[in-house]
Design a protein around this ligand. Structure first.
Ligand code: NDP
Length: 242
């Protein structure tokens, strides 16, 4: 059985990735933090796509929660391993640096960047032992370009891109690839407070993207065909210059 773990897999881009990987035949572990109804809806859609999966509820920014949940799953599934990991869970808490609180900084760095370390470390050993793995990190335009009002989020996503490049070089010999995807503006709950009509004027495609358009790239990076793509960050942004 080929198994994929998607953090923040219950809504938005993570849900689209869960469905894409299900269509590719993966058994999908759907991580989320709190919204049980959305997580169950995603599991239904994974099943409708012809595969199966299960819910793994834990806070990716909490080291003990991550380690306990993944170790428990591994103990209960001896002989199986997570071969595809999509580090997708993320939050925004925008503020100008002048007014940014410690909580806004710590929560965004914890959920978007520390999570990458906790979850990846817990899954990496099995990939190295089995000599096959795919790690895909959900970065952002904000991590490439830097966006005002997002010093916390830009720092987290920029750090994730740099970590992607470093880890790719550590593990490439074991047939493990580590790549990042950098979406621009995508229609999800995360962007529903933004002025799409105004912002789309800056986007050459003249529209926000769809979660499925990000998931298509994740599906490629997760595939066997992407074996020689490593340490890259692929933008999915409708042509926004970065
Ligand atoms: P959404 O807000 O739509 O969904 C976020 C998902 O992450 C939910 O499944 C949520 O679960 C989960 N989540 C949030 N915090 C935690 C946590 N601490 N532990 C576990 N799960 C958590 O976000 P998007 O789909 O828009 O974003 C997905 C990723 O893509 C993020 O990393 C984001 O930064 C990135 N991105 C998004 C862009 C966009 O335009 N939408 C642009 C660029 C990057 P629950 O509902 O249970 O809280």
């Amino acid at each position: 059985m080929n198994i994929a773990l998607i953090t923040g897999g219950s809504r938005g881009i993570g849900r689209a990735c869960a469905i894409k990987l299900a269509q590719m035949g993966y058994y999908v572990l759907i991580n989320y933090r709190s919204n049980d109804a959305e997580a169950n809806a995603t599991l239904e859609q994974v099943r409708a796509a012809g595969s199966d999966g299960e819910l793994l509820k834990f806070d990716v920014g909490n080291k003990e929660s991550v380690e306990t949940a993944i170790a428990k799953w591994q103990d209960n599934h001896q002989g199986e391993y997570i071969s595809v990991l999509v580090n997708n869970a993320g939050i925004r808490k925008d503020n100008l640096m002048m007014w940014m609180t410690d909580d806004e900084w710590d929560n965004v760095l914890g959920t978007n960047l520390n999570s990458f370390m906790y979850v990846t470390r817990a899954c990496l050993k099995d990939m190295l032992v089995k000599k096959y793995g795919r790690i895909i990190n959900m970065a952002s335009l904000s991590g490439l370009k830097g966006l005002p009002g997002q010093t916390n989020y830009s720092a987290a996503k920029g750090g994730m891109i740099a970590a992607t490049k470093a880890l790719a070089q550590e593990v490439a010999r074991k047939n493990v690839t580590v790549n990042a995807v950098a979406p621009g503006f995508i229609q999800t709950d995360m962007t529903k407070d933004l002025e799409e009509a105004e912002l789309k004027k800056q986007i050459p495609a003249n529209r926000f993207g769809k979660p499925e358009e990000v998931a298509a790239v994740v599906g490629f990076l997760a595939s066997k065909e992407a074996a020689y793509v490593n340490g890259q960050c692929i933008s999915v942004n409708g042509g926004l210059y970065t």
